[in-house]
Design a protein around this ligand. Structure first.
Ligand SMILES: Nc1ncnc2c1ncn2[C@@H]1O[C@H](COP(=O)(O)OP(=O)(O)O)[C@@H](O)[C@H]1O
Ligand SMILES: [Mg+2]
Length: 385
């Protein structure tokens, strides 16, 4: 009898072990399903959501659902200077973290917290699978942010290409019109000058003819700039030192700066050489400096910088003027775009600058803050000294 009881008890214990193991398998299975479900929802979120902030807000809500004790779990995503929290967030010492990295740079992190009371006595409340799950979520977020960044860059390039295309079309059109107008204008000027030579010319007629002559000269100046902007002729390039060319331009501009109380600062790190047409670079510096002076009214500072960076020759002109409102930035390079009075500007200065820099295989960038000032930065292919 005794023996039978012992055998039954042994049998019972065995059954209990089987049952426990079965329960464990079932509970593990439940956990895996939860984790997979969480990962699936996160993945779905990044596929469907186009806005990074909205996606991160949704993901931080989803994360706790994948953990063993979701009611006592909360999550936080840090990305750049922003923080996103799951509902009823709390921070505790029981934390699991994973970095969000893009191109080997850490740009944020995900933290998952447990309430200490809920996991008291559990030595390591985070399962191995949960650690992998957090890594998986961090990878998905990194991939998503990188993709958003690339999409953004692509959009900017597309916009820029469209802009360049429009400028090129306007340039060709302007060149055609300018060419056609040059001849009749030359005739008007010639005839006005001949008429001015007539003796016994009434005073009124003389004044009118002089005015005609001035207007033609002004129109020709505009045409000259238009042709400059759209010139397709190869530039007369030679090896020049940017620093010297800019110094040279400044000798002509310095007097006007002093008169208007504007200080000049030169930041020339070293001699930088480029293959360029010195006259045209001089025109770039002059146009940009005149714009800078006009933007400052009275007093201020213009900083001229020449340097080498990323294998390019860089020169920039920075002012402390009124700045360019964001909505005008892309129009500023368009021919005839001007915010100035008729006698102050033709709206051709920047389009000429743009044409010259592009013809030299270079690039121009502008950044500006209203009421603080503007920086025009040009890059040109570097010539080895
Ligand atoms: N340094 C600057 N600061 C503020 N605004 C500027 C500056 N440079 C250009 N701009 C803006 O861009 C417009 C176009 O410049 P530009 O092509 O040189 O023509 P213009 O000087 O004849 O108006 C200007 O009318 C002005 O509104
Ligand atoms: Mg100008």
């Amino acid at each position: 009898m005794q023996k039978k009881i012992a055998a039954l008890e042994k049998q019972n214990r065995k059954l209990q072990r089987f049952y426990d193991a079965y329960q464990q398998v079932q509970s593990n299975e439940k956990e895996r399903v939860k984790e997979l479900n969480c990962l699936y929802q996160v993945a779905q979120c990044v596929v469907l959501e186009r806005n990074t902030i909205a996606a991160l807000k949704k993901i931080v809500h989803i994360i706790p659902t994948g953990w063993q004790f979701p009611q006592n779990c909360c999550a936080r995503i840090r990305f750049k200077e922003n923080i996103y929290l799951s509902p009823e967030f709390f921070a505790s010492d029981i934390c699991q973290s994973e970095d969000i990295c893009i191109d080997n740079e850490t740009v944020g992190a995900i933290d998952v917290y447990y309430h200490p009371d809920a996991v008291a006595g559990t030595p390591d409340p985070y399962l191995r699978e949960e650690r992998n799950l957090l890594k998986g979520i961090a990878n998905i977020i990194s991939f998503y942010i990188k993709k958003q960044k690339d999409d953004e860059a692509r959009k900017i390039i597309q916009k820029q290409l469209l802009h360049n295309d429009r400028l090129a079309t306007i340039g060709r059109l302007a060149a055609g019109v300018a060419h056609e107008l040059n001849e009749p204008l030359g005739n008007i000027l010639g005839l006005a000058q001949l008429s001015l030579k007539l003796s016994n010319l009434p005073e009124q007629a003389r004044n009118d003819l002089t005015r005609i002559q001035e207007c033609v000269m002004y129109s020709r100046e505009i045409i000259k700039q238009l042709l400059e902007f759209s010139r397709n002729a190869p530039v007369r390039k030679e090896k020049i030192c940017l620093n010297h060319v800019i110094e040279n331009s400044l000798t002509f501009l310095a007097a006007r700066c002093t008169k208007e109380g504007v200080a000049i600062e030169k930041r020339f790190q070293e001699d930088v050489f480029v293959m360029a047409d010195a006259n045209q670079i001089n025109q770039v510096v002059t146009n940009l400096t005149v714009n800078a002076l006009q933007a400052m009214g009275n007093g201020g500072k213009i900083t001229f910088t020449v340097k080498k960076a990323a294998g390019k020759a860089i020169f920039s002109i920075e002012d402390t003027g009124i700045g360019i409102p964001a909505e005008n930035i892309s129009s500023a390079f368009m021919p005839f775009f001007t915010t100035k009075d008729v006698d102050q500007g033709t709206g051709l200065g920047l389009s000429v600058v743009y044409g010259i820099i592009k013809n030299h295989g270079g690039d121009i960038k502008v950044s500006s803050e209203p009421e603080k000032g503007s920086v025009f930065e040009m890059s040109l292919p570097l010539e080895i000294d």
